[in-house]
Write a protein that binds this ligand. Structure first.
Ligand SMILES: [Zn+2]
Length: 338
């Protein structure tokens, strides 16, 4: 294996050696410093302090290839000098062994294991979650610039809203209007506001380090090579502006839709059932009273017109989330008192 960081593409290198920890440092011609901290974890420091400290992650689910190709292209353009770095950056390919296997995960969903939840698991992904937590902490605490984390995903099923972001639960903090504007400019059509803590990577960055952090869904899962990268051009362009420091976060929210999570449906037992068709798309809309899920001593019926489901999945262990139910928000100030 070549000892230089920049002579091999980031994604190819990561998939060629998915579990061997490596620590390699290299300086580009313009003084930008690259450090490969672990398989799929690359820190990049500009020569001058920037305005932000940005974590851009992908492949937390191994079969979600388009985000990995977006990140690979950004890193490649940094290596070859086409994209100048003016902010502190960390790029993460979350679950390389799962990416090689072309699976969502090898033993357990990595995006349920952050914020210490890995301590209750012996899955391969638990060790990776602990390692990513440590590297993420070191990155964010290394300076006091405003912190950003964009965790890029694609979804298993089709969706009435193709591109959307999940805003982690903020506890006493409030939503960032400038981030709504940024996401809209990046082609994101809707934002879901979470109503409780979770084990996601974005919640970890948000809660532990006060980062403006989002899980970003960019469309449907496809295999490597089958992605039409033009579909991701707006997001890619926006991330390039984060890298080169030209993004000022001054765009205003205009048409982006906002939804609040009204119910997190948990699978309680093996008798859990979803009452929606297999092929139904995310954001399918219902009138009040529709039965969406049932279990021993539990059922979820929509409480009011306009509720929609997102991320339905029955193939999870009892105790895990099987679906989110969301409802449109017309006035954010109505929520802030909640
Ligand atoms: Zn995902």
């Amino acid at each position: 294996m070549n000892s230089s960081v920049s002579t091999q593409r980031f994604l190819a290198r990561t998939l060629a050696a998915p579990e061997s920890p490596t620590s390699l440092t290299e300086t580009l011609a313009d003084g930008t410093r690259l450090t490969l901290l672990d398989a799929g974890v690359l820190r990049i420091s500009p020569t001058q302090p920037g305005s932000h400290r940005a974590l851009i992650s992908c492949g937390v689910h191994g079969n979600e290839t388009a985000p990995m190709e977006i990140v690979d292209q950004l890193v490649s353009d940094i290596f070859n000098g086409q994209l100048k770095v003016n902010n502190e950056l960390m790029f993460v390919i979350g679950n390389p062994p799962a990416a090689i296997a072309e699976q969502r995960f090898v033993e357990e969903n990595l995006n349920r294991l952050f914020s210490g939840k890995h301590r209750h698991s012996t899955a391969k992904e638990a060790a990776r979650a602990a390692r990513l937590e440590a590297l993420t902490e070191a990155f964010f605490l290394d300076g006091d610039e405003p912190r950003l984390h964009y965790d890029l995903h694609t979804a298993i099923r089709g969706s009435y809203i193709e591109k959307f972001a999940v805003y982690p639960y903020l506890h006493s903090r409030t939503w960032s209007e400038s981030q709504f504007g940024f996401l809209e400019q990046a082609g994101i059509e809707a934002v879901l506001l979470s109503n409780q803590p979770s084990g996601t990577y974005s919640y970890f960055s948000s809660h532990e380090f006060g980062a403006d952090a989002f899980t970003i869904e960019l469309g449907k899962v496809r295999k490597f090579g089958d992605n039409d990268m033009r579909r991701f051009a707006q997001m890619t362009e926006s991330l390039r502006r984060v890298v080169d420091g030209t993004e000022r976060f001054v765009a205003r929210r205009q048409a982006i839709k906002i939804f609040a999570v009204v119910e997190e449906v948990i699978k309680r037992s093996e008798n859990f059932k979803l009452h929606i068709p297999d092929e139904a798309k995310n954001f399918t809309e219902y009138d009040a009273g529709a039965l969406l899920a049932s279990d021993d001593d539990y059922e979820y019926r929509t409480q009011r017109d306009g509720e929609r489901f997102v991320f339905p999945i029955t193939n999870v262990p009892p105790g895990q989330r099987a679906m989110l139910v969301v409802a449109p928000v017309t006035d954010l100030t109505e929520l802030t008192e909640a």
